[in-house]
Write a protein that binds this ligand. Structure first.
Ligand SMILES: [Mg+2]
Length: 195
């Protein structure tokens, strides 16, 4: 994903910091998709549309950055939205927990432009790699799932019709081709009809 399409959400309770970051990002051709000043605003934003990256302040009123992270993690089985924590020097103790919760990086206030841009670039490249890996994982999971269902349907057909495994498989395959429905669907129907 190129920089211009990399949607970044800035979350910090201090308006000046948000303005600062936004300026740096826009000068460097990143797309700032939104700003949040509370943890709740972050979650509301993510419910509507997931950004590609969140720059997340650790200390915010009502809900800390860490609590936001925990909430976000609840909603994703595998792929986590990439987060870069914004911390103050005094937040050191929280950084360890943030790392355990899966942040990609963290930067310390006062924010240095190079620190910010380096962290974002690494995150952009790494998160793209991760996204592709998860896509593959999900494809494999689906393939295993299909195989399981087809196996069950095959067993039903073999027993019912006194067919060989090959005959049962051929039947599912042919029905799928003729009806232009995926084998998974055909197999599910067979299972349902014989339940
Ligand atoms: Mg703060």
């Amino acid at each position: 994903m190129n920089k211009e399409k990399f949607n970044i959400l800035i979350a910090d309770d201090e308006a000046l910091i948000r303005i600062d970051i936004k300026e740096i990002l826009e000068e460097n051709n990143y797309n700032v998709i939104g700003e949040a000043k509370t943890g709740k605003e972050v979650l509301d934003f993510c419910n509507k549309s997931m950004p590609d990256l969140i720059l997340l302040d650790i200390k915010m009123p009502e809900m800390t950055g860490l609590e936001v992270l925990r909430e976000l993690n609840k909603n994703s089985n595998y792929y986590k939205v990439p987060v870069i924590m914004i911390t103050a020097y005094t937040d050191k103790d929280f950084v360890k927990e943030a790392i355990e919760l899966g942040v990609f990086s963290y930067i310390t206030k006062p924010i240095k432009t190079t620190d910010l841009l380096n962290a974002i670039e690494i995150t952009r490249v790494k998160s793209e790699e991760m996204r592709l890996i998860y896509q593959e994982v999900n494809k494999l999971k689906e393939a295993i799932e299909v195989r399981k269902i087809v196996e069950i349907a095959k067993g039903i057909l073999m027993e019912k019709n006194n067919w060989t495994e090959r005959e049962a498989f051929r039947y599912i395959q042919k029905t799928s081709m003729n009806s232009r429905e995926p084998m998974k669907k055909i197999a599910q129907k067979i299972i349902q009809e014989n339940a």
